[in-house]
Design a protein. Structure first.
Length: 461
């Protein structure tokens, strides 16, 4: 037998220590069970050890020690592959108080899940396997109710009553553990995961699988903003209460006044039932009709935008195209109620500069009515014709629009100059040229003439 096929089998049923019978009430003695007829003790019960269980593990406990401890009060058989032991997985369990046998067994399962392992019942034997491969094992199956709150892999069969199977599968798949899987079989959902994880899935499924308005489950990934803050803002905008469901409908218009337009009912029905947040993926989970989902998606698209700078003080550089940096910096500082600091003059608050007690930081106001939330300082760099702005992110975005309006091309006069080279010389050329023609009797024309070299009347070039 090769070492790769060795299987460690821990059997607790026959102990070598002697057993003493306790007298039964009434003076008689209870008959001892026959050795030829062993009895299987129920889970969490053992006749040898009763009462509270204490956890006395040393740090970084090995798997064998953990199994030996749990066998002492469960009296169950455990099988594990030597390859799992060879991985050297260890765990540290800290429990200062004693606990019941059921609580101790839950601690054992939690320790196994921490090491990426779980137990699979095989008759009267508990087999230790890796959690990632447990979904292909014969784990306990639940067809209703709620699984126990423990870290043992189970399989749950769920039949949605109102929601779409694919929609519900997408919602449950987003909160499963790495070792779990959610699959679809017709109109059923088959969930394989830790029992504690399945309990959370059932809680979400009960909130989703409800009658009314054919609500579906939609996920909206948030790319730039914080999903939790965005969900709070959306709940305030749309009037979604914390317990779920839209706020109160608007009262009808009084008599004599025009009613709402034709699309008002559609807008009122486009309020989502619930908006939840998945912090791990920064995603919004929207329980709503399709109209409500589209409305929330449109709002998210307008609110979830990238900002070049976010909060806090920052230094930004803006390159000018037409204006002069030093002149524009002076204009902006005067508009914000600040003076451009001179070279060599320390700013107030810096070492060597006199402080200005009791004077708050000036808050400027832009010409279009936009207020600045903090102090803005602008410095012009002559070498690169750029502006250096020291302001918060929001103030920089506001000031940048003002700079774009001021950085316009100025009116200019266009002058074009052309330089020509002229040569002057004295010369005089005289020549003669004469030509004539004579027609013949046959219809031909005879041409002839005399000309001087300086004048060529027949030279067409």
């Amino acid at each position: 037998m090769t070492p790769s096929r060795l299987i460690s089998l821990f059997l607790v049923g026959a102990l070598a220590t002697p057993a003493f019978a306790q007298p039964a009430p009434g003076g008689g003695s209870a008959p001892a069970p026959s050795p030829s007829q062993p009895q299987d003790d129920p889970l969490y019960a053992c006749g040898k050890r009763t009462g509270p269980i204490a956890v006395t593990f040393k740090p970084e406990t090995e798997l064998k020690d953990l199994i030996t401890w749990v066998m002492g009060f469960t009296c169950k058989n455990f099988i594990l592959d030597p390859r799992i032991v060879s991985t050297g997985k260890k765990v540290t369990v800290i429990a200062p108080l004693k606990m019941t046998q059921g609580e101790a067994y839950n601690v054992f399962l939690a320790a196994l899940s921490t090491m990426g392992l779980t137990v699979v019942p095989k008759g009267n034997v508990m087999r230790i396997v890796e959690s990632a491969t447990a979904k292909s094992e014969t784990v306990p199956i639940y067809k209703g109710g709620t699984p126990p709150n423990q870290d043992q892999v189970v399989r749950y069969v769920l039949r949605p009553q109102h929601s779409n199977v694919e929609v519900l599968r997408g919602a449950l798949d987003s909160i499963r553990s790495p070792a779990g899987v959610v699959s679809v079989a017709g109109n059923l959902l088959i969930i394989t995961d830790y029992a504690s994880q399945v309990r959370d899935m059932m809680s979400l499924a009960r909130a989703i699988d409800i009658a009314g308005n054919s609500d579906g489950i939609y996920t909206i990934p948030v790319k730039y903003a914080d999903a939790a803050q965005l969900a709070t803002k959306l709940n305030e905008i749309l009037g979604v209460s914390a317990a779920g469901g839209a706020g109160k409908a608007a009262p009808p218009p009084p008599p004599g006044q025009p009613g709402r337009n034709a699309g008002a009912d559609d807008v009122a029905g486009a309020v989502p039932t619930k908006i939840m947040v998945d912090d791990r993926t920064n995603t919004l989970i929207v329980v709503s009709s399709e109209g409500g989902y589209l409305r929330v998606k449109a709002l998210v698209a307008r609110l979830d935008i990238p900002l070049e700078t976010e909060g806090g003080s920052a230094i930004n550089v803006y390159a000018l195209q037409n204006a002069l940096a030093e002149e524009l910096a002076t204009t902006l500082n005067n508009a914000f109620g600040q003076q451009q600091p001179r070279a060599g003059t320390p700013r107030p608050g810096t070492p060597g500069a006199p402080g200005v007690p009791g004077q708050p930081a000036p808050i400027g106001n832009i010409g279009d009515g936009t207020s600045l939330e903090g102090q803005v300082r602008v410095i012009g760099d002559k070498a690169t014709n750029s502006l250096i702005l020291m302001a918060s992110g929001r103030d920089f975005l506001a000031v940048r629009e003002v700079i774009k309006r001021l950085d316009q091309a100025r009116r200019q006069i266009f002058i074009e100059a052309l330089i020509l080279e002229v040569q002057i010389s004295k010369s005089l050329n005289i020549g003669t040229s004469s030509h004539g023609g004579y027609p013949t009797s046959r219809g031909d024309l005879i041409l002839g003439g005399v000309q001087t070299p300086d004048l060529k009347s027949l030279n067409l070039t």
